[in-house]
Write a protein that binds this ligand. Structure first.
Ligand code: AMP
Length: 296
């Protein structure tokens, strides 16, 4: 496993692979690797000749009151995992390498970046779009892998590569969960044992939405209110938002359509920890894999 801290060295390595006509799969991460990340890496290894991951806690996607300083960082442990799983290379730059003095260029995906998470975390998706553009330019992968866990991010990146003619195929993989349904997240490390129990409320409220669809509920507002009521019963949990939206445009739905797919997405604070989750469902309540959604 090769470790690179500098863009120029990574580029030299990747150029030699490209000359040998090797296909490159890329997994961008912020580190503190868990099974969710590993599922993307395994897929990248399966699909491509060479698998590369980046580990970079991107300061530009954190708001001033957010957890940039405390975000879990453990490069040595991540590198051990990366070696075990058979990653070919890890790119772990310093902030100065990505944003040297004088840096002043940002990428904004307008509408998709302003709703849902974007509304609650102003500027977040400008930071995401900017760092993903930079990483895709640096690595120039054939395919890049993203998790459904951050569904809006995946949709936004798909839009961005199309809009900016970036020649990378975006692959979106299903959310990996704990046995009790909690979506794996680096931020789960913040939870106390009591909060860890409370955190299952996100998944439980998604199951409630699924049940409502199964019984034929067609009013999105009713489903949303039922979810919020369930969350409000969990001590320590506070809803940031619950949204029922079109999975492609992310427009809020008032009625459940007869056909197609719907996105149920939410953000909940458990104590000081802000967690997000989502499900893609048919109007009848069956779960859909993100790759089953045809976007294009
Ligand atoms: P992060 O390190 O949190 O920025 O995540 C890096 C990538 O891993 C993103 O594409 C995430 O959507 C994905 N990811 C994070 N958690 C999970 C999960 N539980 N299941 C699948 N993918 C995930």
């Amino acid at each position: 496993m090769r470790l690179f801290h500098y863009i120029a060295e990574l580029r030299t390595y990747l150029q030699s692979l490209r000359r040998e006509e090797k296909s490159i799969g890329f997994v961008p991460t912020m580190g503190a690797l868990h099974e969710g990340h590993l599922s993307l890496i395994r897929r990248a290894k399966g699909d491509c000749d060479v698998a590369v991951a980046s580990i970079f806690v991107n300061p530009k996607q954190f708001g001033p009151q957010e957890d940039y300083q405390t975000y879990p960082r453990d490069l040595q442990h991540d590198l051990q995992l990366a070696t075990t799983i058979g990653l070919d290379a890890v790119f772990a730059p310093d902030v100065d390498e990505m944003y040297p003095e004088g840096y002043q260029t940002y990428v904004e995906v307008q509408q998709l970046g302003r709703v849902l998470e974007g509304e609650h975390r102003p500027g977040h998706f400008i930071g995401v779009a900017t760092v993903v553009t930079k990483l895709l330019n640096i690595v120039q992968p054939d395919r890049a892998y993203f998790g459904q866990k951050d569904y809006q991010q995946a949709v936004l990146v798909e839009r961005m590569v199309r809009d900016l003619n970036i020649p990378t195929e975006i692959v979106v993989m299903p959310t990996v969960r704990e046995p009790d349904g909690l979506a794996l997240s680096s931020r789960n490390a913040y939870l106390s044992p009591a909060e860890r129990q409370q955190a299952t409320i996100l998944f439980r409220s998604l199951l409630l939405a699924q049940q409502a669809l199964c019984r034929g509920e067609r009013d999105a507002q009713t489903i949303r209110k039922e979810m919020e009521a369930l969350i409000s019963k969990e001590p320590g949990a506070k809803t940031d938002y619950v949204a029922i939206a079109d999975p492609e445009t992310l427009d809020i739905l008032s009625k459940i359509p007869e056909q197609g797919a719907i996105l149920v997405a939410l953000a909940v604070r458990i104590g000081k920890t802000r967690l997000i989750d989502n499900m893609l469902l048919t109007p009848q309540g069956a779960q859909i894999n993100p790759m089953q959604l045809r976007r294009g």
